[in-house]
Ligand binder design. Structure first.
Ligand code: HGY
Ligand code: MN
Ligand code: MN
Ligand code: MN
Length: 406
């Protein structure tokens, strides 16, 4: 029995949901804002209740530590930032479950060989600046000063936002960790596989790699009434034709997913032919070569359409992360934990990106998924039952104890 208490996780989840709550029960919590700082301080209070040593690293990743007999560290983590009007489980469940596991061990007076550090990584979602996983990149020692030049919708650069929150861009290298044994993350599945399999939790085989682009079309604004159709350089029509091609290419490539999540049109008058359009593309696949081939086809189609429509096209790369395999040994450990919990192990890929991707090649990474109701996520209707929270957290507890013995 793991002795973890879902009730405690649940009340903390609901408490955290108050910070950045939206009118329809969702949450909007962007990185390096006062709101996120408030959320981090609330999580920090939970870490203190759990008897952990707490602090923030050089980029503002919040951490809570349970000292072990050795300094070799097992990292457990996730994030508390969100997408716009997201759900209340995506990220917080993993952080709060990690705290609960350590609190339960402390309550039982169980000492571990390894030191365990539970972390709330900064800006996993990339919602504000377009660069995701800022905190875990810094922990992996791969965050660059160039990346801190990326701007939010108000033109505020990441480095300025960091400074506003009291962090120093020039010291980001200090956040890099070493002497790490492994990283494990509990996260909601955000899909329907576990629900269809009828199980509360599962083990992740690997994480699909996202490539984010921003495409910009420039044509010519004009009068909607007096400009014949064959004399227009309509930037929205250009965007629409390109997006239709993206959809066609994605639907004809098995397991590829392509999403246009944001689009802007200027000047935006009803009677004005759009002279400018820009939109984002989120392209993913568990195999990098298939993703890259699809990207090449999309780029070619976009250039052809822009030429035909006498538009200028600019394509900006926002982020490109390679797909990340989960360590076989940790997958086996998680399967063992699932069996101890009386669950037939279901192994599944993650279409969603996660902080653990940044640790590929650094230390072994593994993920546990908790069942998502109707597979909904990035949506206020995102939901995982308290019973499933109990089960998934017990699987995390067992996995940590087994890893600690290795
Ligand atoms: O975009 C993602 O896959 C994750 O939610 N950051
Ligand atoms: Mn997410
Ligand atoms: Mn997430
Ligand atoms: Mn060890």
């Amino acid at each position: 029995m793991s002795n973890v208490k879902a009730e405690r996780i649940w009340s903390r989840l609901m408490s955290l949901a108050e910070i950045g709550a939206t009118s329809d029960g969702g949450v909007t919590r962007y990185s390096y804002t006062e709101l996120e700082a408030k959320a981090n301080e609330r999580v920090r209070s939970f870490m203190k209740e759990a008897g952990l040593e707490t602090g923030y690293d050089a980029v503002g990743n919040l951490f809570g530590v349970k000292k072990g007999k050795t300094d070799e560290t097992i990292l457990v983590g996730s994030h508390v930032d969100s997408v716009p009007n997201g759900g209340n489980f995506d990220g917080p469940l993993g952080v709060l479950a990690g705290i609960e596991v350590l609190e339960s061990l402390n309550e039982q007076g169980i000492e571990l060989s390894h030191t365990v550090k539970v972390m709330a990584f900064k800006d996993e979602e990339g919602s504000r600046f377009g660069l995701g996983m800022i905190g875990s990149r810094a922990v992996a020692g791969i965050l660059t000063l160039d990346e801190l030049e990326m701007k939010d919708a108000d033109g505020v650069r990441i480095k300025e936002a960091m400074e506003q929150q009291g962090y120093h861009p020039e010291s980001i290298a200090e956040a890099a960790l070493n002497n790490v044994r492994a990283y494990i993350e509990l996260h909601i599945e955000q899909g329907k596989i576990l629900e269809q399999a009828g199980v509360a939790a599962g083990v992740v085989s690997g994480i699909a790699g996202p490539c984010w682009l921003r495409l910009k079309c420039t044509g010519e604004a004009g009068h909607a009434g007096s400009t014949p159709m064959n004399q227009r350089r309509d930037a929205l029509v250009g965007a629409s034709l390109i997006i239709a091609e993206i959809e066609r290419i994605a639907r004809s490539t098995p397991d590829l997913v392509a999403t246009v999540g944001q689009i802007q049109v200027k000047p935006g008058g009803t009677n004005v032919i759009p002279g400018y359009s820009e939109w984002t593309l989120d392209l993913r696949h568990v195999h990098e070569d298939i993703r890259n081939q699809a990207e090449a086809k999309i780029r070619e189609a976009a250039e052809t359409i822009a030429k035909e429509r006498q538009l200028t096209l600019e394509i900006e790369e926002l982020q490109r992360i390679s797909p990340a395999p989960c360590a076989e040994a940790i997958q086996e450990t998680i399967k063992g934990s699932l069996i101890e919990e009386g669950i037939d192990p279901v192994t599944l890929p993650s279409g969603a990106g996660h902080d653990g991707m940044q640790f590929t090649g650094k230390w072994p990474m593994g993920m546990i998924f908790a069942r998502s109701k109707d597979g909904i996520s990035h949506n206020p209707k995102e939901w995982t039952s308290k019973e499933d929270v109990q089960t998934a957290t017990s699987v995390l507890y067992r996995t940590l104890l087994t890893l600690d013995k290795k």
